[in-house]
Design a binder for this molecule. Structure first.
Ligand code: ZN
Length: 237
């Protein structure tokens, strides 16, 4: 799957889960998700859905923050056994989820920075990075990321679900790779066999371009209509 499809699955995935978990509580987590949490969660999940490909040199995420993400990519590639290995596993999803949960417990500032970085990755993945004009798209992306992060910051969101959203995004990524013609070693490091190989459609082939991406886009629109209370935007008579 291409970066933008992965990012879209993150948005759709989070929006699909919101009605299921809304109002529930689980251990220290409380899912009282308002519009801010829905938007933040969608973008966090979209960014996280690109995380596993940090093990690949030319992936969207690796190119997002220049040298910083390139060096991170080398480290991830080394630590997790190369492309489409450890970063495409439940182990990685659990690891990231745990680290982010600890981060959220440790410092509110760290959370804001992490969310900012992840939204930048999400927007890059969703296609704010217009390839034709790199400098302009970089500036647009940075401004949009800053604006969204500030808006979310001032909305004083409850981020107890942050780690879970990250783990969920990672899992959505490797399921996305599985429905395209790529197996993923989801039980790495215990069982390194790639599961799902040779089935599914081609990455960036006609099915992904003409069916999957448009369907995901429609999904975002439909869930947005369903989840948000748009009546508040209408003038009152
Ligand atoms: Zn992948």
């Amino acid at each position: 799957m291409m970066g933008h499809s992965h990012a879209l699955t993150g948005v759709v995935g989070w929006m699909a889960v919101v009605p299921l978990v809304q109002g529930t509580e689980f251990l220290t987590l409380s899912f009282d998700l308002g519009p801010g949490e829905i938007i933040a969660g969608s973008l966090v999940c979209a960014g996280a859905a690109l995380l596993p490909d940090l093990d690949h040199k030319s992936a969207t995420i690796t190119r997002t923050y220049g040298k910083v993400t390139e060096v991170l990519s080398d480290i991830f590639g080394w630590a997790f056994g190369g492309h489409r290995m450890g970063t495409h596993s439940f182990f990685f999803a659990a690891l990231m989820g745990t680290l982010v949960t600890l981060l959220a417990m440790w410092s509110e500032l760290a959370v804001q920075i992490f969310v900012f970085l992840l939204i930048g990755i999400a927007l890059q993945g969703l296609g704010f990075g217009l390839d034709k004009n790199k400098a302009a798209s970089g500036i647009i992306n940075a401004m949009a990321t800053g604006a969204i992060t500030l808006a979310l910051y001032s909305a004083e969101l409850n981020y107890t679900w942050l780690g879970l959203a990250v783990a969920f995004g990672v899992i959505l990524h490797f399921f996305g790779d599985m429905i395209t013609k790529m197996g993923v070693p989801m039980f790495w490091p215990f069982w390194k066999k790639r599961i799902g190989q040779d089935k599914g459609f081609k990455t960036n082939g006609p099915v992904e371009q003409k069916v999957v991406t448009p369907l995901l886009t429609i999904g975002v629109v439909l869930f947005s209509v369903y989840l948000f209370d748009w009546s508040t935007l209408l003038p009152e008579y």
